[in-house]
Ligand binder design. Structure first.
Ligand code: HEM
Length: 517
């Protein structure tokens, strides 16, 4: 006998034999009333939950956020009343999940793919999830197109292979994707590790101060470890050795006490439509140039603790854009609204309707102050009754010692008027920032971008090739010329193509369109 703990069933019964089924004689047949065997095998049969429909492969680590108490040079309270930002040195516990997007749960972590950068802050006012990516923009600007863009990037429904022709068929008809593609197919599209990548909220949010005044905000995480990316060749070498290279790197760094850190910055803008800009502040295919909208430091995140169980803490963690605290708010960004529905919807299916009772999702920061009238549902294991609350009263309002509404706080809600319609925003300008990006990346990054694009497009149908080269010419002559050369296409070969419906152009782009060919 050793002092090791005794194996039991989930009913608490000791298990004297975990090697042999119960049988008639030593060779069988087996009997079916052996509770331990039934519990063990039927639990095993249910070990998996559905993997995330996107971002299936990922890895969680824990840490803390330390606030500067400021937003840039000003007190944080100038812009937000969110308590986690107010005092210098104030710390908030958090969990981060880094991920790839398209591959399944066991896929490679050096795929060319955006990386998820999702942070759950367990604040004293409840959870705040900041669900971002490593690239600052996205493929589309309207949530209605999300299932389409993801279907084009996911494996073909028959061959189950990721097919460039399907990806670029969709992208060629979605010119708003050109900026994102120019990021994704440059080396930034394959981060070397999770520790060496930036994070961006991508969508536009709001901050609200004590007077109820709002500003538009974008979030940025900058890694103190620096940014490092891989070329296609380097990624192929890593993948040949190890599929989970990024999770391994993060786990091992934390185990050896080499705690990665990111600084959180925000960009702010007055809360209105900004007609003076050539793009819309609510368009997630655009960045806000840092010269005009400087980065303002608000705090630092340190990851210092690994998970204990992959399933409980990585598979069951559930984050979403709807999870905001007082002092932070949504904007009317048409992607953000769709995302906010989608996350908790999928989590009720993927994890179950009581997913918020699980420790990794529970708002630990509020010190037990979760009080709702929600009851029942599969796997409910506690009620949210407040101490002293009348347990018969699971409704509100009531005169008999039930829960009360929280005090209302000032908020200047936006004035909204207009005709209900289905239409694209006015200032689409799909090429202007892709052009800026193409012009400012380093020569080796541009070489890699052009080569990767040319190689993938050479697998595509001629109509897809032509339309993509047409877009590249609209972004930058050099881009169109160099990718076109790899496909045997010149400007003259694509000049007959007409602009797509709903495209609008700057004056410079109209000139470029005329001069094509
Ligand atoms: C995960 C939907 C756009 C970042 C997910 C999941 C869904 C989803 C259904 C799976 C969640 C789960 O099972 O827990 C959408 C929709 C979008 C959208 C409908 C557009 C309308 C974006 C954008 C970003 C993003 C623009 C980046 C800013 C993430 C991240 C995760 C995720 C990081 C993984 C969260 C985790 O690690 O658990 N998304 N998404 N998504 N999404 Fe989105």
């Amino acid at each position: 006998m050793t002092d090791d703990p005794i194996l039991t069933t989930r009913q608490g019964h000791p298990v004297p034999n975990n090697q042999d089924q119960r049988t008639v004689g030593s060779r069988g047949p087996a009997t079916l009333e052996n509770y331990h065997f039934l519990e063990k095998i039927s639990h095993f049969d249910r070990e998996r939950i559905p993997e995330r429909v996107v971002h299936a492969r990922g890895f969680v680590a824990y840490g803390e956020f330390e606030a500067t108490g400021k937003i840039g040079d000003e007190p944080a309270s100038t812009y937000t009343r969110a308590r986690l930002f107010q005092e210098p040195g104030k710390t908030t516990e958090l969990a981060v999940r880094f991920s790839t997007v398209i591959g399944g749960r066991d896929s490679t972590e050096v795929a060319r793919d955006p990386r998820g950068f999702a942070v759950k802050f367990y604040t004293e006012d409840g959870n705040w999830d900041l669900v971002g990516n490593n690239l600052p923009v996205f493929f589309i600007r309207d949530a209605l197109k999300f299932p389409d863009v993801i279907h084009s990037l996911k494996p073909d429904p028959i061959t189950f292979r990721q097919e460039p022709n399907r990806i670029f068929d969709f992208m060629s008809q979605s010119p708003e994707s050109m900026h994102m593609l120019t990021h994704l197919f440059s080396p930034r599209g394959i981060p070397a590790t999770y520790r060496h990548m930036e994070g961006f909220g991508v969508n536009t949010y709001k901050m609200v101060n004590n007077q109820g005044e709002t500003v538009l905000v974008k979030y940025h995480w900058l890694p103190r470890q620096g940014v490092a990316s891989l070329t296609e060749g380097e990624a192929a070498n890593v993948q040949a050795q190890e599929l989970g290279s990024a999770s391994k790197d993060l786990y091992e760094a934390i185990e050896r006490g080499d705690f990665p850190q990111w600084d959180l910055y925000v960009q702010l803008m007055e809360d209105h439509a900004h007609p003076e800009l050539e793009w819309d502040p609510l368009d997630d295919t655009k960045i806000w140039p840092e010269d005009d909208f400087p980065l303002r430091h608000v705090g630092t995140m340190t990851l210092n603790r690994n998970i204990q169980d992959f399933h409980n803490e990585n598979e069951q963690i559930a984050m979403g854009t709807g999870v905001l605290v007082d002092g932070l708010d949504f904007s009317d960004d048409k992607m953000l609204v769709g995302r906010t529905f989608s996350y908790s919807d999928t989590q009720r299916y993927r994890v179950g309707p009581n997913y918020l009772q699980l420790p990794v999702n529970f708002p630990q920061g509020v010190n037990g102050k979760v009080h709702t009238h929600q009851r029942g549902g599969p796997m409910s294991y506690h009620t949210d009754i407040a101490p002293g609350q009348n347990s018969h009263v699971n409704y509100e309002p009531s005169m008999h010692n039930g829960l009360q509404e929280a005090p209302r706080k000032p908020h200047n809600p936006p004035q909204v008027s207009g005709q209900v319609q289905q239409s694209t925003i006015e200032r689409t300008n799909d090429y202007v920032q892709a052009r800026g990006r193409y012009s400012t990346i380093e020569d080796w990054e541009r070489d890699e971008l052009v080569t990767v694009m040319g190689t993938l497009l050479s697998d595509c149908e001629p109509d897809v090739q032509q339309r993509m080269v047409w877009h590249f010419f609209m972004v930058h002559d050099d881009y169109g010329k160099r990718v076109g050369e790899q496909l045997g296409l010149s400007a003259a070969d694509v000049a007959h193509l007409k602009p797509l419906a709903a495209q609008d152009f700057t004056d410079a782009e109209n000139q470029r369109l005329k001069s094509l060919g």
